[in-house]
Design a protein around this ligand. Structure first.
Ligand code: NOJ
Length: 559
């Protein structure tokens, strides 16, 4: 089958609000991004994913869209976006837009119309239900953001009914059963492709279809997040039967267009149901990213977990499906803090984690700042946090009787703001992100951790990532090779080969703070030439054992 451009891509997610501010208002913008395209090119990026850039009241930093066809004024204008797009294309980089199709903002014109009356032509664009006889919510579903009384239903005075919102109160769910809504969305998506973008990252795409009849969840509420008897039950709206016809129609009407790449956010997608979404013959999505490695609240990644997840997904790959490799994005913690060692072995573990992502099958996505080893932040006051997943749970914990210091510690570790603090360009004021007051405080460690310092350092994470992206360009086994794990019982050392007709590569990584010896399997003894190492280069694997320092990793060509 002919290769698609995205199969060899190196992705990079930009959270515009925190990337680079060109006009001093404290908020990152498109001109700021345009000024930094050369550095992304140098890194080896070939596909940029923009978190939502659309006009929005910013209740969830843009995932609450008020107009899908306008750029948010803080970020610039449509002309600024066009300039950025053209420049990116001329430099050989594609651009995909985040598309939020599960919900809009309550300030969207559709919603404003919809609430007006039952016979308004937009009424069915959203999910309205009358109150129960006692005035209570239509069912017991809870919302992910846990605002208000915890329900996923909000009473609307104007409409005289409740509307469904899986996320924030200001983010009403769109009704995909409504044909007029679907037509409206297809038109909008096609206009974006006509504009010249290269595809879409599809926000919570597995949640468009709701359980028919909207029945009560039978799960027991688990406080403090489930409050007042409401239950956050993913099964009510995730991967519900009937999601696939929706995706097939989207594909038929939009995604099938030449060159268009789609990457779905795969909440609830596992290797066991992924094929239905991404096998090419299904004509639904080109790729999916899953949560089995990068879960915001999860513990540190272990060698065993890594092997299991990669092995299961590799089977999906062998049957023709494409998936994304990543360890962090705008919803997660900083990967070096969650899975590596953000003090003693910061750069070394940052380089190791990058190696795992860039040498396993799939499309690697880098999240801004990862390439310089940016770390989690800890603010002293809840006032300094912005993320709704942080502030909401904090208040729920206080309500349940927890003391403020414990509640703050609890939410700070997993806060999405860890990933959202401004990009650290240099050691100047505000890390060179803005000349104004940043919308979210800069991580105080910016004086040591910033791009300028990183580029000048011997153990530069950025330079190492450049080598990783070069490896992908130069070695076909990285893109198309099969994956085989060796030493499968080792608690710390991950070891695998990638093999295609032309070559075999070997990756060895010590995922621990201990020095480790790794026994070199007989068939490859004396045959390995080091291509890349996150410490000093290992010359060749001649003896019986390879000794690995804490967090050391290396990539070899097996000759
Ligand atoms: C997933 C997005 O990545 C996240 O940032 C957002 O809050 C939710 N979807 C709701 O749109």
């Amino acid at each position: 089958m002919e290769k698609k451009w995205w199969q060899e891509a190196v992705g990079y997610e930009i959270y515009c609000k925190s990337f680079c501010d060109s006009d001093g208002d404290g908020i990152g913008d498109l001109r700021g991004v345009t000024s930094k395209l050369p550095i992304l090119k140098e890194l080896g990026v070939t596909c940029i994913w923009f978190a939502p850039l659309y006009a929005s009241p910013q209740a969830d930093n843009g995932y609450d869209v008020a107009d899908y066809e306008a750029i948010h004024p803080d970020y610039g204008t449509m002309e600024d976006f066009k300039e950025l797009l053209d420049l990116a294309h001329s430099m050989g980089m594609r651009v995909i837009m985040d598309m939020v199709l599960n919900h809009s903002s309550d300030e969207h014109r559709w919603f404003q119309e919809s609430r007006k009356s039952k016979d308004n032509p937009y009424r069915d664009y959203y999910i309205w239900r009358p109150a129960k006889a006692d005035g209570s919510e239509p069912n017991n579903w809870g919302s992910y953001f846990g605002e208000g009384n915890g329900s996923a239903w909000q009473w609307d005075e104007v409409a005289g009914e409740y509307y469904l919102h899986q996320y924030g109160i200001k983010m009403p769910d769109l009704n995909w059963e409504c044909k007029a809504l679907r037509e409206e969305i297809y038109g909008m998506l096609n206009r974006w492709l006509d504009f010249g973008i290269d595809g879409f990252r599809l926000d919570v795409i597995t949640r468009l279809k709701k359980m028919p009849g909207l029945p009560d969840s039978l799960k027991k509420p688990i406080p403090p997040m489930d409050r007042n008897g409401f239950v956050v039950d993913r099964n009510m709206c995730t991967n519900v039967e009937g999601i696939h016809p929706i995706l097939r129609e989207l594909n038929e009407r939009v995604f099938c267009r030449e060159g268009c790449f789609t990457m779905g956010e795969g909440a609830g997608v596992t290797p066991f149901n992924a094929a239905e979404y991404i096998l090419p013959e299904r004509r639904e999505l080109d790729s999916i990213y899953h949560f089995q490695l990068a879960s915001r609240k999860g513990p540190r990644l272990t060698a065993e977990q890594f092997r299991t997840v990669q092995k299961n997904w590799a089977k999906v790959g062998e049957s023709g499906g494409t998936y994304i490799q990543y360890l962090s994005n705008h919803d997660s913690q900083r990967q070096v803090s969650q899975h590596g060692s953000d003090l003693q072995w910061r750069t070394r573990s940052a380089r190791l984690l990058g190696t795992l992502i860039h040498t396993t099958p799939g499309i690697p996505f880098i999240y801004q700042g990862e390439e310089i080893g940016m770390v989690n932040v800890r603010f002293d006051s809840i006032e300094d946090y912005n993320c709704c997943y942080t502030v909401g749970p904090y208040h729920a914990m206080l309500e349940s009787g927890m003391d403020p210091a414990t509640a703050l510690a609890e939410v700070a570790r997993t806060s999405r703001d860890n990933a959202r603090t401004p990009y650290q360009w240099n050691a100047e004021k505000n890390a060179g992100f803005t000349t104004g007051k940043p919308w979210l405080k800069v991580n105080p460690r910016y004086e040591q951790i910033n791009l300028e310092a990183d580029l000048a350092a011997e153990d530069s994470v950025f330079r190492y990532y450049q080598s990783l992206t070069a490896l992908r360009r130069e070695h076909p086994a990285i893109v198309e090779g099969s994956l085989t794990f060796l030493s499968e019982d080792d608690p710390d050392v991950i070891c695998y080969t990638r093999s295609c007709e032309k070559e075999t590569l070997l990756v060895v990584a010590n995922l621990s703070e201990r020095e480790r010896e790794w026994e070199i399997p007989h068939p490859i003894r004396g045959r390995c030439r080091c291509l890349l190492c996150n410490m000093e280069k290992k010359i060749g694997l001649t003896g019986e054992k390879l000794s690995l320092a804490p967090w050391e990793c290396a990539v070899f060509a097996v000759e």
